[in-house]
Ligand binder design. Structure first.
Ligand SMILES: Cc1cc2nc3c(=O)[nH]c(=O)nc-3n(C[C@H](O)[C@H](O)[C@H](O)COP(=O)(O)OP(=O)(O)OC[C@H]3O[C@@H](n4cnc5c(N)ncnc54)[C@H](O)[C@@H]3O)c2cc1C
Length: 286
């Protein structure tokens, strides 16, 4: 199928984008990597009047260190994150996860901001942002607004972003070298969206501190397993702690089935992932 007709503009500045987004009479979409939007148009799942191509706007792309923070521009391609030494050193969870996003051709074009704005519940990047307490900057003609990843994902393809806003950047705190991290997902084929996935991060000071267990692909959004986190907080990582946390993996989480698996299967996969991830950390520990 072909996309329905639309108008197309490629502004050079953010200010021009704001003017276009502020026009409430026009149903517009931002076009970043186009890896999801163009497919949606071709399948006629969406039919906007106008596409606003943001690829020519300066300053939206790149990964920079700023003191204790790392800033990733919204237009940064997945492949740049994959190849970044800054990300590998300071955000190891993201570094582990990014090669699981689709296939190389899609990672060459797909963007960091596009993945967050799309908010697919089975996507890797939103889960990592939640596990790392990332801060998302949304910009508009009214200025910049920051949104915690914990407040950003509202449901299936739904976010806190307003129609007149554009994601411009995402900020992360640099992680300590001895942080515990694990990333794992179960897919039918490598590069597919996950049937179930796990992004795990915690501080380690003898005991586990501030664990973030984030599942994706099992609910309508990336979601923290707060009951399992409560078991791990302050605990030593050992087999009884792992078994106890895994048994509570999906407690309190509203599971969503999809074409890949039933709710019961998603719960089983989540328990398996958490057990597997924590066991691998235990076995790696010096
Ligand atoms: C075959 C295939 C397999 C895939 N597998 C995976 C996978 O396993 N995991 C995964 O995470 N993703 C997967 N993807 C999606 C891919 O990662 C996309 O790159 C990503 O979802 C969207 O990024 P994009 O830059 O292409 O956004 P686009 O397609 O350009 O836009 C997507 C949506 O986000 C909006 N948007 C884009 N940028 C911004 C911004 N800066 N501010 C506000 N709104 C914005 C657009 O208006 C649109 O609504 C797959 C895609 C394909 C085609």
């Amino acid at each position: 199928m072909k996309a329905p007709e639309f108008d197309y503009v490629r502004p050079d500045t953010l200010e021009d984008v704001f003017v276009l987004l502020d026009d409430e009479t026009c149903d517009a979409r931002l076009l970043a990597g186009g890896q999801s939007l163009i497919a949606a148009l071709n399948f006629r799942l969406d039919a906007p009047e106008l596409l606003i191509d943001i690829n020519r706007i300066d300053g939206l792309s790149g990964i920079v260190e700023d003191g204790d923070n790392i800033r990733i521009g919204a237009l940064t391609r997945h492949v740049e994150v994959e190849n970044s030494q800054i990300v590998a050193r300071h955000l190891p969870l993201l570094s582990k996860a990014i090669g699981n996003v689709a296939h190389a051709a899609i990672r060459n074009r797909g963007t960091f901001g596009g993945s967050l704005a799309l908010a697919d519940p089975a996507a890797e990047i939103p889960a990592c942002c939640l596990a790392y307490d990332a801060i998302i900057t949304a910009s508009s003609s009214s200025g910049n607004r920051t949104i915690r990843a914990a407040d950003f994902f509202h449901g299936l393809y739904e976010t806190a972003l307003e129609d007149h806003e554009i994601i411009t950047a995402v900020e992360f705190k640099k992680r300590a070298p001895n942080d515990l991290v694990a990333f794992d997902e179960i897919t039918r084929r490598h590069g597919d969206y996950a049937m179930a996935g796990l992004a795990f991060s915690a501080a380690a000071k003898g005991k586990i501190e501030d664990p973030h267990i984030v599942f994706f692909g099992i609910s309508d959004r990336p979601i923290r397993a707060v009951e399992a986190e409560a078991i791990l907080e302050g605990a030593r990582l050992d087999q009884p702690a792992i078994a106890a946390a895994a048994s509570k993996a999906t407690e309190g989480i509203e599971l969503s089935s999809d074409t890949s698996a039933s709710e019961a299967m998603k719960a089983h996969l989540a328990r398996t992932l958490l057990n597997r991830a924590l066991t691998s950390i235990l076995e790696e520990k010096p």
